[in-house]
Design a protein around this ligand. Structure first.
Ligand code: SAM
Length: 287
């Protein structure tokens, strides 16, 4: 039970009493890391969402191990037993059906429980659909918002759609294929047809498809198509013009004060233009 500053002196993995969060592929089984394979092969047990899906990965890499089911329905009930396994010195690998456990998949709660009980949690990073779609989209990726699946309840859903419509940051959404058209109509309503979006379908798989366009054109593109496969959507943030955000009467007040303090109109305009990142002529014209 050590979770203070001990991570830099790891022995061979997997270690006793450690909870490993293992990222698995989101389609292409070759996207698994050698480190993940080692943990899956050698942990005391694997807690997985669907034993059939995890077995597919294990068969591909000729791994055998004990699998226990750990999914949305039973995860809360299973946590005390798994924590007890850690206490007995077992190492546990948590995997979801695909991608990173804890990202719209079980994992989050057992991690917080394990940490609160003093156990180390180590993540073996792997593919995540949200990040794969974001970096493939070419949209600004230094700041982004991940919404996961939008809520189903109308009022909660509309609140988030409204927030997305005003958002300056890139937004990432998960959606099921049969609800994509409805979501696109909602995005059209809230964000307008000109907003840029990127629909990533079947990432890392044989029929991977990227549709990158304005909302209106994307709706047109999918209009007569049957949508199948897994979908992640990336929506570009709005671009606020710098001078839209600036309160013009405050700017005028600043300008008058600088002039009163003895600066020429030209010098004061130059100073404020630099401060607010706008053209000097905009300030010049205030007087
Ligand atoms: N934990 C996973 C991760 O790290 O990405 C996400 C699990 S969530 C239950 C499943 C959703 O992720 C899908 O409905 C889809 O929106 C998205 N997703 C998963 N695999 C994908 C893929 N290959 N291509 C596009 N989206 C995918």
């Amino acid at each position: 039970m050590t979770n203070n500053n001990s991570l830099s002196h790891r022995k061979e993995e997997p270690e006793a009493g450690i909870l490993y969060l293992v990222g698995t592929p989101i389609g292409n089984l070759n996207d698994i890391s050698p480190r993940a394979i080692n943990i899956l092969a050698n942990a005391s047990l694997i807690a997985c969402e669907d034993t059939r899906k995890t077995r597919k990965i294990m068969n591909k890499f000729s791994i055998s191990n004990n699998l226990v089911s750990f999914n949305k329905e039973n995860s809360l009930k299973k946590i005390p037993k798994l924590i007890n396994d850690l206490k007995e010195g077992k190492s546990i690998a948590i995997v979801s059906d695909a991608g990173m456990p804890g990202i719209c998949d079980p994992g989050e709660k057992i991690v917080s429980k394990a940490i609160s009980q003093g156990y180390d949690v180590i993540c073996i990073p792997g593919a995540c659909a949200a990040i794969t779609a974001l970096v493939s989209s070419g949209m600004p990726s230094s700041k982004f918002i991940f919404e996961g699946f939008l809520p189903k309840k109308k009022v909660d859903r509309e609140k988030i759609l409204y927030e997305i419509s005003k958002n300056e940051k890139t937004t990432i959404i998960y959606e099921s294929p049969h609800r994509l058209k409805k979501l696109m109509r909602e995005l059209l309503h809230f964000c307008g047809g000109e907003r840029e979006i990127f629909v990533a379908r079947e990432l890392t798989k044989k029929f991977e498809e990227h549709v990158s366009n304005r909302i209106a054109s994307t709706i047109e593109f999918f209009k007569d198509k049957e949508i199948i496969g897994e979908i992640t959507i990336v929506i570009k943030g709005i671009h606020k013009e710098k001078n839209e955000e600036i309160n013009m009467s405050d700017l005028k007040k600043d300008l008058n004060e600088l002039i009163k303090a003895g600066l020429s109109l030209s010098a004061a305009s130059k100073f404020l233009a630099k401060k607010y990142g706008i053209k000097k002529s905009i300030i010049y014209n205030l007087i």
